[in-house]
Design a protein around this ligand. Sequence first.
Ligand SMILES: [Fe+2]
Length: 256
Amino acid sequence: MLTTEQIRTFGHAGFVVLRSFVGESLLAELDEEVDDLITRKPAPVDKVGFHHYFEPIPTLPVADRVLRDSGVLAAAGGLVAPLAIDHAFDHIQVATSIYGWDHVPGGGHVDGYGIPDQTEPFSFTVLAGIFLGDESEARRGNLWVWPGSHFTHQRLFRERGVDALMAPASLGGHACLLDDAPAFGCGEPVLARRGDVILAHYLLAHNQSGNLWSPLRRIVYYRLAAEGHRGRWAATHTDVLREYGPVRAALRSVEP
Ligand SMILES: [Fe+2]
């Protein structure tokens, strides 16, 4: 269960890192399944940098079980109660970063854009990630985030409409590339260790960075949606805490 402070952090920053959340026995099982996936589907020999796997949920049964048995799904649910939460789509993502890519992102994006023939974004509610390695310093393939950018996106959608990022100029969800782009401030690497968990708002601007530390950085991501999300996706763009009742309550309870 999340503390009120963690819920407030999520509300303000758009993400929270839960330290030492997943136990070593579940991590070891997850390692084994991820190892098997990477062995079955190796990256091209000369590849460096990011290499992602979007795998059907039934093919990663351990990852799906760990989401539940570790309490990660329940923790995400604690942000949207009384709404239920579960997978938004049919996949689990294993994100890897192969040693040798020296990159610091200059801007962030929102997932679910840049998909051929789409008429609306493939939005969801919460991104949950389980760290399998040590990303306690930068340049380790860390996820980069722009704290508070869920509110920047909210302002963008209120001012320019919920289709603002459907424009080709966004190159797949990058508000920072639009004409008169809103100011997102400075991004920062998420620093986390094996067993930590990140919960991030769907509209948190984020990106990937280079790995000059380990042979293969690995993290498992789950895209989660509150029940009924598809029917209210547009409302969640202009009211970013719409599905987050406990977050609204925690922010309201802050003493002046
Ligand atoms: Fe992304």
